[in-house]
Structure formats: structure tokens, C-alpha cells
Design a protein around this ligand. Structure first.
Ligand SMILES: Nc1ncnc2c1ncn2[C@@H]1O[C@H](COP(=O)(O)OP(=O)(O)O)[C@@H](O)[C@H]1O
Ligand SMILES: CC(C)(COP(=O)(O)O)[C@@H](O)C(=O)NCCC(=O)O
Ligand SMILES: [K+]
Length: 244
């Protein structure tokens, strides 16, 4: 049994896996991390491994306190991954993106794959049918868009997610909702259309905190799985054990 932990820039997500099947998911804030892990381990004492991917400001040190109880693995660029990394700056590629690419490669072998993770940022990652990781894009996520409009202007209020009435926002609030939500959806559909011009066939995996909201709004039909990063962590860890 393994406990997987994904430290993003907004929240921490965790899941307990037995034979690559998730038994329970958890979401919590950075300040509660040690207490929450304690609780999960109390509930699942059979956990023998703790597997972490962090792009947030929580370092390996924070997890070493659990080393007397279970084996801790903190993923880094030094690990073995099931793809060839063609990024020009492989050492600066987010470890979350590497885990997503690894999960896509292992779960959907020998085909072109596009992974879209709508979290704090939206990340796009493309792995071709020969298992070359090519790169993708990074842009502001849904909540970040609402917050930046407020933080970097004098007159725009901080709003929370709301379905826009129309493209033609007829008030400040409606104009912001239209810009943020429609802009978000158009961006993603636009990227998918661009990829389609170059690669006739590819599968799309949509994940992250905004995946469910997005899935029903995109023109392109996509299979959304908000648990994809944690599933990929479990699978990439298994791959590491088999290939080390
Ligand atoms: N309870 C919540 N707290 C914060 N963000 C949430 C929540 N529920 C949904 N979201 C959405 O999830 C996104 C963050 O996604 P998440 O995958 O948790 O990010 P990260 O992996 O970067 O920490 C935000 O853009 C926000 O719109
Ligand atoms: C792009 C990210 C900030 C996304 O983080 P997230 O939205 O998952 O919290 C993270 O993958 C990161 O810090 N990447 C480093 C730069 C790169 O991937 O090229
Ligand atoms: K992301």
C-alpha cells in the first residue's frame, strides 16, 4: 500500500493506493501537511511507501520525519522516466509535468498524447507516439486569472468563479466572468485545434482542480480525470521499482 502526495501551488492532494487502485483521496493545505499525513497513516497503517511530487514550496525535508515508519520517495529529475525528455531545459521542467507525462506514457502506450492540467497554472504537455516528451505550454489557471485582474488593477474587484451570462458582458462583473471563463475555454479549445493541425491522432487527458468545470464547456470532447496526477505517481513509482 502506498500513500501518494502531490504538492501543487494551491493545494496538496493525496491518495492511498493498493495495486494501483485508489482507496481514498484527500485534499488539504500546506500548513496542515504533517498532521494530515499522520491521520492518513493511522487510518491506513499498511502503507509502506510515501511517494511525493512537489512543485510547491515544500521540500524533501518535511517528509523525512516519516522515514522511521515507511519508505519515503521524493521524485526528482534524477529518477528514471519512461519517455525521452526533449525539453531544452530538462532540469527546470516541473516534476508534476514529468509525472503526468510518465503516467500518460505508461497508461496509453505508443500513441500521441496531450495532457492538460488545469490547476494553479494550466500546463500542456505533449508526448509523441515514440515516447518523446516534446514540451507544451504554461498559462495562468482559472483562479489566478480572477486574482491577477484584481491584484494588478485599481478598479477591478476580486470575483469568484461564476458562469458568464453571455460573451458580451454588460457589467464589470459580467465582463470579468466572460473574459476569465470564456477566455479559459477558448484558449484550451484553441490549443487543441492547433495540435490537431500537426498531429492527426492523439488522445487528450484533462486533469487538475478545474478539470470537471472545464470538461462540459469545451467544444472538443475530452475525458476528464481529476485523479490523473496521483494515479500517475503510483504508476511511475511502480515503473521506477521495476527499472532501477
Ligand atoms: N477548494 C478549492 N480551493 C482552491 N481551488 C479550488 C478549489 N476547488 C476548485 N478549485 C480550482 O482548482 C484550481 C487549482 O487546482 P489544483 O489542481 O488544486 O492546483 P495545484 O495542483 O496547482 O495546487 C483553481 O484554479 C481553482 O479554480
Ligand atoms: C508550471 C508549474 C508552475 C505548474 O504548477 P501547478 O499549476 O501544478 O501548481 C510547475 O509545473 C512548475 O513550476 N514548472 C517549472 C517550469 C517548467 O515546467 O518548465
Ligand atoms: K498545473
Amino acid at each position: 500500500m502506498i500513500l501518494t502526495i502531490d504538492v501543487g501551488n494551491t493545494r496538496i492532494k493525496a491518495s492511498v493506493f493498493e495495486d494501483n487502485t485508489s482507496l481514498e483521496n484527500f485534499v488539504f493545505d500546506k500548513i496542515e501537511i504533517e498532521k494530515k499525513i499522520e491521520k492518513i497513516l493511522e487510518k491506513y497503517p499498511k502503507c509502506s511507501n510515501l511517494v511525493v511530487a512537489s512543485v510547491g514550496n515544500i521540500e524533501k525535508q518535511s517528509f523525512l520525519t516519516f522515514e522511521n515508519r515507511l519508505k519515503v520517495h521524493f521524485f526528482t529529475h534524477e529518477d528514471v522516466f519512461p519517455f525521452q525528455n526533449k525539453y531544452a531545459t530538462p532540469k527546470t521542467l516541473g516534476i508534476d509535468r514529468m509525472i503526468l507525462a510518465a503516467g500518460a506514457t505508461l497508461q496509453f502506450p505508443k500513441q500521441n498524447r496531450l495532457v492538460i492540467d488545469a490547476g494553479t497554472c494550466i500546463t500542456y504537455d505533449f508526448i509523441d507516439e515514440n515516447d518523446n516528451y516534446l514540451g507544451g505550454a504554461i498559462s495562468p489557471g482559472l483562479r489566478l486569472r480572477y486574482e491577477s485582474l484584481h491584484n494588478f488593477t485599481a478598479r477591478l474587484p476580486l470575483l469568484t468563479l461564476e458562469e458568464p451570462d453571455s460573451y458580451v458582458g454588460n457589467s464589470t462583473a459580467q465582463a470579468i466572468h466572460s473574459g476569465v471563463v470564456n477566455g479559459f475555454v477558448y484558449e484550451i479549445d484553441g490549443f487543441i485545434d492547433e495540435y490537431r493541425k500537426e498531429f492527426s491522432n492523439f488522445i487528450i487527458i484533462l486533469t487538475g482542480g478545474d478539470a470537471d468545470f472545464l470538461a462540459k464547456r469545451l467544444k472538443n470532447t475530452i475525458f476528464a480525470n481529476s485523479n490523473f496526477l496521483l494515479e500517475s505517481l503510483s504508476q511511475t513509482y511502480q515503473y521506477k521499482i521495476d527499472n532501477d
